[in-house]
Design a protein around this ligand. Structure first.
Ligand code: ZN
Length: 417
């Protein structure tokens, strides 16, 4: 029995074609042309819809184990499916942190029921505390797909070097949250006009790009690959652009809020616009778009970070982070459609992250995992946080009218949304 998608605009990494898609036994068996369905097949009429490769979101916080009042693996994967995300990397800053084989196995097992491909990132240091390096070989054996201390930088150069070397040896990408805590600790918003007007501590651009420079230098010194998370400043993009030009094996991601919003948003003291790194200035926003256009930025991820309404109620005390998996594709289509082609968007949101991670998927190709999302490019909708599928409501695009809506998502050939 197969699923036959009829008459879709098929968006692939280098072209758009019109035609049919057939998925059988978890993989694509036909892409394009005219498919003849057998009586037992499921036929989906997709005239007027775009079939994108299922999104690969390489930066997600599922809060499970330990903080399941915010989100858990099941609710997070429901949000993923609703946003067209079929593969995701969940970050290890849970409670306990993902620093043991047991916790990796817990995530892998619980995720089996979701129908979504969940790839745990394991911690670089015990408890993300910087107190010592984890056993990467054991973590990989248990199912870890990457290494990260996301939420914190690895401040000890020796430990970061060890992780970079071991990551290279074991085929585990190292995903670096770059932040100089001696500058930024306790910061609430971008340092500048926003922090002055609000009277709160700022997080400077230098606290991000100086640590990116350190991280790239260390990777370069040992010839290792490194991936920089959530790039938000113009200087960070310049640093990465120059490193790529001299042959450093560096990749990076940004998130939709960094190319759509600026720190003007926080002036109303709404903590749903607070995240780390923070929303920056207009020049930074434009530089992020330039980085996406010229290939300096490889991927769009969400940094989906659920927090309860109670935790987000107080502007200053609220933890950092916003949710975004259900809006990332629609927001990108809405705000970048005139600058990026659909295949370019598919590369940024599916193909490149899959290749950086070394996982299957990310393209609609015969033999590849049958992960795709059907999108109505012209449907307008207003983001209502109470109608999203995850457990938290801190949606950065709340109230925004977006153009482009996910209508169905298939993962491994099975309908998950
Ligand atoms: Zn981070």
């Amino acid at each position: 029995m197969a699923v036959v998608i009829k008459n879709a605009t098929i968006v692939n990494i280098d072209e758009e074609i019109h035609g049919d898609i057939v998925m059988r036994d978890g993989v694509f068996v036909r892409v394009g042309g005219n498919a003849v369905a057998e009586p037992e097949d499921t036929v989906v009429e997709a005239e007027g819809l775009c079939a994108f490769p299922g999104l690969v979101d390489m930066h997600v916080h599922l809060r499970d184990p330990g903080q399941t009042h915010k989100e858990d693996i099941l609710s997070g994967c429901a949000a993923a499916a609703a946003g067209g995300v079929t593969s995701l990397v969940c970050m290890p800053n849970t409670s306990p942190a993902v620093d043991s084989a047991e916790t990796v196995a817990y995530i892998v097992n619980k995720a089996k029921a979701t129908g979504i491909h969940v790839y745990p990132a394991a911690a670089i240091t015990f408890g993300l505390s910087g107190s010592g390096c984890c056993d990467y070989e054991a973590l990989k054996k248990a199912g870890a797909a990457a290494l990260s201390d996301d939420g914190r930088p690895v401040e000890d150069d020796g430990m970061l070097l060890n992780a970079l070397r071991e990551g290279e040896r074991l085929g585990l990408p190292v995903l670096c949250h770059c932040e100089d805590l001696t500058q930024a600790a306790g910061g609430k918003v971008h340092e500048g006009r926003a922090s002055r007007l609000l009277g709160v501590k700022g997080m400077s651009s230098a606290s991000e790009y100086a640590d990116i420079e350190r991280t790239i230098s260390l990777a370069e010194s040992v010839g290792a690959r490194v991936h920089i998370c959530h790039v938000s400043t113009k200087e960070s993009i310049d640093v990465i652009r120059r490193a790529k030009a001299r042959g450093v094996k560096v990749t990076c991601e940004t998130a939709p809020h960094y190319f759509i919003y600026t720190c003007e948003k926080v002036l109303g003291r709404d903590a749903d616009y607070r995240m780390n790194p923070p929303l920056r200035e207009e020049a930074d926003r434009l530089a992020v778009i330039d980085g996406l256009l010229d290939g300096t930025i490889d991927a769009i991820a969400t940094d989906h970070a659920p927090h309860s309404p109670e935790e987000k109620a107080d502007f200053v005390k609220a933890p950092n982070g916003v949710i975004g998996m259900e809006t990332s594709l629609a927001a990108t289509l809405t705000f970048l459609r005139d600058q990026l082609s659909l295949p370019e968007i598919a590369r940024l949101m599916s193909f490149h992250p899959a290749r950086i991670l070394g996982i299957p998927g990310g393209e609609i190709k015969i033999g590849a995992p049958a992960d795709l999302t059907l999108v109505n490019l012209s449907e307008k909708w207003i983001v209502d946080p109470t109608r999203l599928h995850g457990r938290s409501r801190n949606a950065v695009f709340k109230g925004e009218e977006l153009t482009g809506r996910v209508k169905a998502t298939y993962c491994g050939g099975k309908r998950v949304f």
